[in-house]
Ligand binder design. Structure first.
Ligand code: GUN
Length: 283
């Protein structure tokens, strides 16, 4: 039976490290990293995400401001707010919770955030950095996944890795990060016809498609490392993209849902906020 990579435990360790770093930064700079989160509208899922982000910041000793805006805010007003936050030296990170209402162009909004304050790593210049293998702000979920893989002590060099899912937020960047670690990377998606064959060849399998239990035990190579990014509701339970109970019998390491990748995303966001602080304050 595979070992469980607990995102819950690992993220606690990272958050404790972040807290120590914040204490040291406070000594050195007489200020702490400040994250501003903008939430437009009343979506309950988005509200619960941003509340969790805010709580984590405060617990780590950082400053956090949640700016709630009406659903009717215009694109122009939102862009003006971002410009104001870009120019505010007391702000180190700006996160606009997605999705935004349909009348606002998300790309325009993401483009407007100063790249050194882009804690999400969504700005095209940060996206480019990941693809060029250069230094930049990594998106939080892929960063958390790489931290989990690292924690296993397994060397990725020369391993075959399959990423199922091609989103800009998870699939594409995680594939690039695995490539940087010298894995041989395949990206599969909803139109892939030979998924089982590809999966059975994978030493590392990252499932990020958003379909409950689509990866079953018969698709897992013996001893594979399985990272489950999916969060799906099935019969009123939260489940991943991987059929955990079956897959854990084949995997060497596997992440659970919940308590796996999810908590790592917030821990990585805190790390990114520190990175942004350092880029801005040590200029
Ligand atoms: N909506 C869902 N996930 C995310 C995220 O990681 N960042 C932002 N800004 N919005 C999201």
């Amino acid at each position: 039976m595979g070992q469980i990579i607990s995102g819950k435990e690992l993220s606690k360790e990272i958050r404790a490290q972040v807290k120590e770093r914040v204490t040291a930064l406070k000594e050195q700079y007489q200020k702490v990293p400040h994250l501003v989160v903008i939430l437009v509208g009343e979506d309950p899922a988005s509200l619960s995400y941003v509340t969790a982000k805010e709580r984590a910041c405060l617990k780590a000793g950082m400053k956090s401001t949640l700016m709630r805006k009406e659903e009717t805010i215009t694109e122009e007003e939102l862009l003006a707010l971002i410009t104001q936050l870009n120019n505010d030296q007391d702000v180190h990170g700006v996160l606009v919770q997605l999705p935004l209402p349909k009348h606002i162009d998300e790309n325009k909004v993401i483009n407007a955030i100063q790249k050194e304050k882009d804690v999400d790593g969504f700005h095209p210049l940060n996206v480019a950095a990941v693809h060029l293998g250069e230094k930049g702000i990594l998106p939080a979920t892929p960063k958390g996944i790489m931290t989990m893989l690292n924690s296993t002590g397994i060397e990725l060099k020369g391993k075959s890795a399959l990423v199922i899912g091609r989103s800009n937020i998870v699939g594409k960047p995680v594939a690039m990060l695995l490539l940087k670690e010298h894995a041989t990377v395949t990206i599969a998606h909803s139109r892939t016809t030979n998924l089982k064959e590809l999966a059975l060849n994978a030493d590392v399998l990252v499932a990020a498609v958003g379909r409950a239990h689509m990866v079953t035990a018969d698709m897992i190579k013996d001893g594979a490392v399985v990272i489950d990014v999916g969060v799906n509701r099935l019969d009123d339970k939260l489940v991943g993209d991987v059929d955990f109970d079956g897959a854990k019998e084949k995997a060497s390491f596997i992440t659970p849902v919940p308590g796996g990748v999810g908590p790592m995303t917030i821990a990585s966001l805190l790390e990114n906020t520190i990175e942004c602080f350092l880029m801005l304050e040590s200029k």
